[in-house]
Design a protein around this ligand. Structure first.
Ligand code: ADP
Ligand code: MG
Length: 744
């Protein structure tokens, strides 16, 4: 049926009816009766999505190349290449002299005029008008425009109005069907070789193809969410008429994008749970309860209790826990993790804790031994530096089940590592591990029904992911949509507030060292942190000796200069394990006053007597990293001070000076990154969407989340006809595993 004509009051089929008796057919939503001719002439259209795959006729030369370099090859690609924003379009009457502006006009007359100066091409002059008036527009150097823009052509002109009512055109495009005067014109990010207006010209050229755009969203959903259809949304962005239109269009596309990512998360979670069950850890707490009440030297915070209760519920289910435990450094995550591990052990199984660096794994191992004071639990540390013989012994004992707890690095997920019955794994600083590494961990679970030959399916261990980078809920949802989240907000009591100051001049630096020495002379300890480009976890040392020397050089410099007479130790990731352990032990025992290090101390080190932190080139670090570093001090009874070397103008350093709350800082970080350096985008999760913009689209995200949950509850496989398009696109865009949680 055509769009233009519908049946109104269709009479029930009456066999007695004369075959030629015409049924009454009216124009859509109207009273006009349509006759046969009118109906035949009604525009008839079926979308043909395949047409979107037609290759785009690109202009030759630089422009064509530039468009191709944007990845635009087909008509569909071009329609999906969305404008960055829109520029206000002016009417001719509104133009002000000297101002850049875009106008939508019709050509009244057009001529080429010779220019007197030699070597210049003829000037093209056109009289153009809109509803508000007319003016003369001048095009330089393009005599062929006389043929291309005959009178009557509708044009978008971008340029500048100058004295004498002339408009010098810098960019121009044919505006296919502009009705009336648009308030705005789409503005595309210009790339080298192609301007926004040139892209706009191309888009105008494929405008017809909008009819071939498919609707992905079920009609019911669209109505419920009050979203325009896909084609209209694209049209509203490319050919804006007013702001409301554009906003609605953008919202529609952003919603779709967020919905897809939420569906991908939920589907991944559902698939994971369908594929692999987990061991139920449902026995009443015994050792774990004793540990909490008798061995642990402090009371749990309320947040810790809540997290523990959630974990208890999770692990008593036959499907694997996928929980993210967020909490700043020092918020007491390790205690929660240890509890979960003890639960696995008292149920007769094994547990593992995996950390991204050896230093961290060593720290955890030490903490674990310190905190478990009752009857011993067989525990081992397994890292890349574990000597071969020791390693062989550990592997044998993990296989036999003799070892109950193991702490380690990536070494834990190597194929040679086999557990007898791994029920629970903790992944610290989880964002440093990739999806494949986490999948490898899943694979360490115990096989289904022991002894069943041929069945290679395994139960997944329950997984507790941990991150010391607290992120706002919006971002957590956008980045970790398939995980349940527990948050430790309140810090264990006894924390001292940390004063943070920015040190930006030589004068201030002098004072900073004086303050540092003052603290040392009172028996306190200090950290000096130097920047080092972080190597990817598990990678061999990078080839950046210059940077590394910075830490070692600073160590020497201070030892002979400002901190002469004090005991200094050096710590960085490229030192042999033995030396590193020695350095840390020396500092922890109070045998060294100052620890000069790279960011390896970011997590894990816990020295209550350390009250000063001095960070060199602080602007080289991100807000959350600095916040984590700062978390190394303020852990004891004494007041602490953090000195950031850098510009007092820096927004990031300023935020750190002002706020101590990690969640607050995370939000600021998000805002600053959105506005400023996009290099941090991947890290913050902001850049993962094309249209949606977080945190601004928080509301939309919540709606998309709820909608995705509803869809999954009704049709988990997305096989209902109304969901098939969504399912296909999801598969195409995310596959099964490609949706990596974005590092926090
Ligand atoms: P995180 O892993 O989150 O950085 P930790 O678990 O290492 O934090 O805890 C930091 C320090 O606080 C440790 O020394 C730990 O023993 C201590 N701690 C943890 N929970 C509490 C608590 N409820 N009360 C007092 N101290 C605590
Ligand atoms: Mg920790």
């Amino acid at each position: 049926m055509s769009r233009a004509a519908v049946l109104k009051n269709p009479s029930p089929p009456d066999p007695a009816c004369e075959p030629q008796a015409p049924r009454e057919i009216f124009a859509f939503a109207g009273q006009t009766r349509l006759d046969r001719e009118q109906m035949l002439a009604a525009p008839l259209h079926w979308p043909r999505p395949s047409k979107l795959e037609d290759e785009l006729a690109l202009p030759g030369g630089k422009v064509g190349e530039a468009i191709a370099s944007l990845g635009i090859k087909t008509v569909g690609d071009l329609l999906e290449h969305l404008p960055r924003d829109s520029r206000e379009a002016r009417t001719i009457a509104m133009l002000r002299i000297g101002e850049q502006a875009t106008v939508a006009v019709a050509v009244v007359s057009i001529t080429a005029r010779a220019v007197r100066r030699r070597g210049m091409r003829p000037l093209v002059e056109a009289t153009v008008r809109d509803h508000s008036g007319s003016m003369r527009a001048t095009f330089f150097n393009q005599p062929w425009l006389v043929g291309r823009y005959p009178p009557g052509t509708r044009l978008l002109l971008h340029g500048k109005a100058d004295q004498g009512g002339r408009f010098s055109v810098s960019h121009h495009a044919i505006a296919a069907e502009i009705d009336g005067a648009p308030e705005a014109v789409a503005h595309y990010s210009a790339t080298e070789g192609v301007t926004s207006t040139q892209i706009l010209t191309l888009v105008h050229g494929v405008r017809e193809a909008l009819c071939d755009v498919c609707e992905l969203l079920p009609a019911g959903l669209r109505v419920a969410q009050r979203l325009p259809d896909r084609a209209s949304a694209l049209a509203a962005l490319h050919f804006p008429r007013d702001n409301d239109d554009t906003r609605a269009g953008r919202e529609r596309l952003a919603f779709e994008e967020l919905l897809l990512s939420q569906l991908a998360f939920l589907r991944r979670r559902a698939r994971h749970q369908a594929r692999s069950g987990a061991l139920t850890l449902a026995q009443a707490p015994s050792r774990s309860a004793r540990w909490l009440s008798e061995e642990l030297p402090f009371e749990l915070t309320d947040d810790q209790r809540t997290a523990i209760a959630a974990i208890d519920t999770d692990i008593s289910q036959p499907r694997s826990m996928q929980r993210l435990l967020m909490g700043e450094v020092g918020s007491g995550k390790t205690v929660v993790a240890l509890y979960a591990m003890l639960r696995a052990v008292e149920n007769g199984h094994q547990a593992a804790l995996m950390a991204p660096t050896e230093t961290l794994a060593e720290q955890h191992f030490a903490t674990l031994q310190k905190l478990i004071t009752g009857e011993p639990i067989a525990t081992a540390l397994l890292t890349g530096s574990t000597p071969v013989r020791r390693r062989r012994d550990i592997l044998a004992k993990l296989h036999s089940g003799e070892l109950q707890l193991v702490v380690g690095t990536h070494a834990l997920i190597e194929p040679t590592v086999e557990f007898r019955s791994l029920a629970l794994a903790v992944v610290d600083e989880q964002h440093r591990f990739g999806v494949r590494q986490r999948a490898a961990l899943d694979d360490k679970g115990s096989p289904w029904g022991e002894g069943e030959s041929g069945d290679r399916r395994r139960r997944s261990p329950h997984i507790l992911h941990m991150t010391a980078t607290p992120i706002p809920r919006t971002l957590a949802l956008a980045s970790y949509g398939d995980l349940d989240v527990s948050t430790l907000c309140e810090l264990p009591t006894g924390r001292q507030p940390i004063e943070t100051c920015i040190v930006s001049s030589a004068e201030e630096r002098k004072k900073a060292y004086a303050q540092l020495r003052e603290q040392l002379s009172q028996g306190r300890q200090a950290y000096v942190v130097c920047p080092l480009i972080e190597q990817a976890a598990g990678q061999p040392p990078g080839d950046d000796p210059g940077e590394l020397r910075a830490a070692s050089a600073e160590f020497k410099r201070l030892a002979e200069g400002e901190l002469e007479g004090y005991e200094l130790v050096l710590l960085h990731g490229q030192m042999p394990l033995r030396e590193r352990q020695q350095a840390m032990a020396q500092f922890a025992q109070g045998d060294a006053h100052v620890l000069v290090s790279t960011t390896v101390i970011e997590v894990g080190i816990d020295v209550a007597n350390a009250t000063v932190m001095l960070v060199e080139s602080a602007e080289r670090f991100g807000i959350s990293q600095l916040h984590q570093l700062r978390g190394r001090i303020g852990r004891g009874e004494h007041a602490s001070v953090c000195m950031l070397m850098g510009s007092s103008e820096s927004g990031r350093l300023g935020a750190l000076k002002r706020y101590s709350d990690g969640f607050r800082l995370a939000e600021i970080d998000l805002k600053l990154r959105k506005e400023g350096d996009l290099s941090g985008t991947r890290q913050s999760g902001v850049g993962q969407f094309k249209v949606a913009c977080l945190p601004d689209d928080e509301d939309l995200l919540e709606r998309a989340r709820a909608q995705a949950q509803q869809i999954m509850a009704a049709d988990e496989t997305l096989s209902d006809p109304e969901h098939t398009l969504l399912g296909e696109l999801l598969q195409e865009r995310f596959g099964e595993f490609t949706l990596e949680p974005i590092p926090a």
